[in-house]
Design a protein. Structure first.
Length: 371
């Protein structure tokens, strides 16, 4: 009696995106081979990254399909910051004059801390002398009441999903994430925080940004990891692709520092100093002296009066002026000081200013652009 020969499956070879053949072992006896299979190897990932790189929403900062987080202590201008972010995204104008926005995108802004009237009053001051941009949408008072009454995370996200489907935005901003957590659903609980991010990622927008408060200062805040200061689960620092922090060293002035705590696409940008101009309710990334002088020369008295817009009193103002006049050997001096009668007059040296890092951010009302 002759025993039938058992057919032996030979390894097969497939070609990777890189072009090199890769030998694939056949299935074990008794296993069913389900073709076509979806296998992803190293070469596949490299190839996909080359042919379909992340699409920038804010060049050098934020990309499509990403979640971003902004955190900070109370009164560090988080809402003003996110409103300016929404404006840049909706108009395509550079964010804070620093980061380019490749194209305008519709924005849905869920403001959960301010009433509709309070938010409207603030925006009225921002756009007192200009036409408000289109493409930014908010929940109305009735929707906010409905949101607050929703019993749990799932119900709140169901409402949000419905509103997003109506507006069809490219970007969602949640200022803040706090009201999503109520009762037994605590932001400190890992399961609840995980559910929050799962539901957030599933919303029909290409980019999501949430705002979260820092916890009260404590000893371990000196570790150097800004993410550890965020109130609640560690996932608020671990999950986002981009993490930003706003802080104020001295709340007697309107100076704030923007830090990029986490960035997945290379080296983190340097810290950026911002100043709140209370006359426009906008953050500016230009030194206050230069911001005040951009439209022309000012006397010392006029300059000191202008500094009040930044919460800066005379002693600090004089120091900021001196800092621009007295520099290290290799630093640019872009400020000139002259006497006009009995008055000191200050003016920007525009030739020197062209080499300053803030020059591209400054807007001159007198000529409608850079000098």
């Amino acid at each position: 009696m002759t025993t039938p020969a058992t057919a032996t499956a030979e390894p097969t070879a497939v070609e990777s995106p890189a072009g090199a053949p890769i030998e694939i072992d056949p299935p074990e006896p008794g296993q069913v081979s389900a073709e076509p299979s979806r296998r992803t190897g190293i070469a596949d990932l490299i190839w996909r990254a080359k042919v379909s790189p992340p699409k920038p929403v804010i060049a050098g900062l934020l990309h499509e399909k990403e979640i971003a987080g902004l955190h900070g202590a109370p009164e560090v201008f988080k809402t003003i910051f996110t409103l300016q972010l929404a404006e840049s995204l909706a108009t395509g104008k550079p964010f804070l004059g620093v980061w380019k926005v490749p194209k305008p995108r519709r924005v849905y802004f869920l403001e959960t801390e301010m009433s509709e009237a309070a938010l409207g009053n603030r925006l009225g001051k921002v756009y007192a002398d200009e036409t408000p941009p289109e493409g930014i949408y908010f929940a109305d008072e009735a929707q906010l009441r409905q949101f607050r009454r929703a019993a749990n995370l799932q119900e709140k996200f169901d409402l949000l999903r419905e509103w997003l489907r109506e507006v069809k935005p490219g970007v969602l901003i949640l200022d803040t994430a706090n009201p999503f957590f109520r009762g037994k659903e605590s932001p400190n609980d890992e399961t609840t925080a995980g559910a929050f991010f799962d539901l957030l990622a599933d919303l029909p927008t290409r980019v999501k940004l949430f705002v979260r408060h820092n916890h009260k200062p404590r000893i371990d805040d000196s570790s150097g990891d800004a993410a550890t200061k965020i109130r609640g689960s560690g996932q608020f620092g671990e999950v986002p692709d981009l993490l930003l922090e706003l802080r104020r060293a001295d709340k007697r002035t309107n100076e704030a520092i923007l830090s990029v705590s986490k960035y997945r696409h290379g080296s983190k940008p340097d810290d950026l100093t911002l100043w709140l101009d209370t006359s426009t309710l906008r953050l500016v990334s230009v030194p206050p002296v230069m911001h005040l002088l951009q439209d022309g020369p000012l006397t010392r008295a006029q300059l000191l009066a202008g500094f009040m817009r930044f919460g800066v009193k005379q002693r600090t103002a004089d120091q900021l002026i001196r800092n621009e006049l007295v520099k290290d050997e290799h630093e640019l001096i872009c400020l000139t000081e002259k006497m006009r009668g009995h008055e000191r007059v200050y003016e920007i040296d525009w030739d020197a200013a062209k080499s300053a890092d803030w020059y591209s951010r400054i807007e001159t009302a007198s000529c409608g652009g850079l000098r």
